[in-house]
Design a protein. Sequence first.
Length: 412
Amino acid sequence: MATVPAPPTAPPKPTWDPREPAGPLLRPTIRIRLTLLYGGMFLIAGILLLSIIYLLTAQALHAGNEMPFKLLPDSKVELTSNACPALQFGLTADQVNAALKICFAEQRQQALDDLLTRSLFALVGLSVIAFAFGYAMAGRVLSPLGKITRTARRVVGSDLTRRIELDGPDDELKELADTFDEMLERLERAFTAQQRFVANASHELRTPLAINRTLLEVHLSDPSAPDELRQLGKTLLATNERSEQLVEGLLLLARSDNQIVERKPVDLAEVATRAVDQARSEAEAKGVEFRGRRAPVVVQGNGVLLERIALNLVQNAVRYNVPEGGWVEVTTELAHGQAVLVVSNTGPVVPAYEIDNLFEPFRRLRQARTGSDKGVGLGLSIARSVARAHEGRIIAEPREGGGLVMRVTLPV
């Protein structure tokens, strides 16, 4: 009796969670380091100054350690003092001299202790002021760097028209800002040339493909055409359609590489529902069931491109599924202040080392550049590019039992 082989198991999941990147509790910024440097230098200088003053004062007091007067042995003087309890009636001259010496020494030591205590309190207060002053001065010195950083953040993507235009003395920071402005000008010219090329390529590539499709459809509509010619026409028409999809995918990929300038409120649940509706007929033909609850969550972005993310993920989940009893689960939710779209599906076992390759253009599971009727190999590349353009990210994880879990995170 033949044994039934056990179903393949999914590879083990990584122990770390890529959705929760670890970060330092206190970021060691240059401003904090400069503050610590300024304050630390002042503190060290204050401690050295205090030590020198203390040593000089102690030396001056001990230099006059001898008593300014002494009682003769035969003299009879009755001395009392509240500051010197050792002085009592009935003491001899030598005993009075010894008591006075002890009292003077105690008073000198008390003066030194009082000087040290007051100096330490003054040093602590001045240190606080020094650290605050150093923090303010560091912020003032580093303010041009903050302006450069803010400009760089606004420039990320396609908004290359901004310039720093830093005013002030001709120092190293102004030289850095001017160099950055020159770089932005060159990048703007390069991106403008790229957009112009994409527009021209869009027209030049679409036109001949549309003409070829029209000619093929006309010849296929001829009832007198032989069967061999019809079969050849269908093959050429499918190839032409595949070329059109490839061109559209490349153009969309080039367009989505730039940041979205115009943003509008978009309901991610509505976008996911439209993608499911568009892929429903294909899913029914393959016997794939749709699941999942889609909670309303509004993000700022381009609705067409966001719908492209959901559609690409849903289509991949349907096409790369099991032959029978497969399902695709599409959910949307608001988690940790971010909008999350999750598309999980049954399917073949995906090794963890192949996950990153799936996002590369023209890469498919266990296929590099071989032909496939499931797509042109740009779906996940476009999805990742659109997610990045919306300041989000997309993560793929192997699902236990086979298939993938695609998680798209977008800011709200």
